[in-house]
Design a protein around this ligand. Sequence first.
Ligand SMILES: Nc1ncnc2c1ncn2[C@@H]1O[C@H](COP(=O)(O)OP(=O)(O)OP(=O)(O)O)[C@@H](O)[C@H]1O
Ligand SMILES: [Mg+2]
Length: 339
Amino acid sequence: MTDQNLQMNTNKDNKSDVLSIKDLRVHYAVRDGFHKKSLKAVNGIDLHIGAGECLGLVGESGCGKSTLAAAIMGLVPLTSGSIQIDGQDSQKLSVQDPLAQARNVQMVFQDPFASLNPRRSVRETLSAPLRLHGIKDRHEVEKRITDILDKVGMKADAADRWPHEFSGGQRQRLCIARALIVKPKLLVCDEPVSALDVSIRAQIINLLLDLKDELGISLLMISHDLGVVEHMSDRIAVMYLGRIVEEGIWSDLFTNPLHPYTQALIASIPDPLAPSDKQSRITGEAPSPLNPPLGCAFNPRCQYAFDACRTGDIPPFFTQNGVETHHARCLLLDPNHKQ
Ligand SMILES: Nc1ncnc2c1ncn2[C@@H]1O[C@H](COP(=O)(O)OP(=O)(O)OP(=O)(O)O)[C@@H](O)[C@H]1O
Ligand SMILES: [Mg+2]
């Protein structure tokens, strides 16, 4: 994707968007002691991903990343808002034509050991989605299996083997093959390398990037680790307690992080050369989504917080120096703010 296309695709609605999320809310009904409460796991999110684009989504554990992924996959009911995939309303489509929905979007999960059925050979695992989508001709099925195994860097004879014969990295390659064999437009990857050995993470990330370019798919790359999405994302969205607090082209976000939370996330990317006691960490606990703080949810942990950050609702998005492609929800960026 060219820089110019990216610029145009950053903040605005675009007809060619493969994913378009509008004011999405996913609330869970939970018990808090004797009380029934609503846990706002996703609390008003707008996001979009253009054709062939990779959006990195980062945030700490519990901020709602997997809930957002589940909503995109149609695995949890939406409380409100909408999700369009390739121009089609995903809620309507999942009722009217669930197969079409599955052809549009596929997912790769964190744990490749739990994601493959140990009682199915690789051939059975890869042919099942094809048969589900009506591709039953034996030669066509075999050809697709050989092609996709080649694309994910596995030999054709892997088809005759079983999940337990493969390492974690190879299993994740097989999970990627299973997701891509039906040629989806969007691939959602929820922490696809965090269960893998550090030594093979880069291989899987590079594989996903190569496949994105070769097949022209769009990627939503979810990680709690900004260092993982840094190298593969065209744009990055930073999530905190159910909301996006900063979004921008990755180079802008890294060179000029606007939100104090993003600044802290960048500072806490592990530096392999620094001694462990010199590594920076985000201090304080993330607040519970059952009892979110007033104002900006990051205020209890923010060294710059002032009175207005502790009242009302979360601030709107602000840009800086007229850069429309990069914005954050922080009152420090409010042009009317005076300290
Ligand atoms: N089925 C559920 N019922 C009730 N609460 C849930 C459910 N699933 C998730 N939650 C809560 O919703 C919030 C968001 O969880 P989610 O798993 O989406 O976060 P996450 O960002 O993916 O975290 P992690 O990085 O640990 O995977 C958390 O407070 C979690 O406890
Ligand atoms: Mg998760």
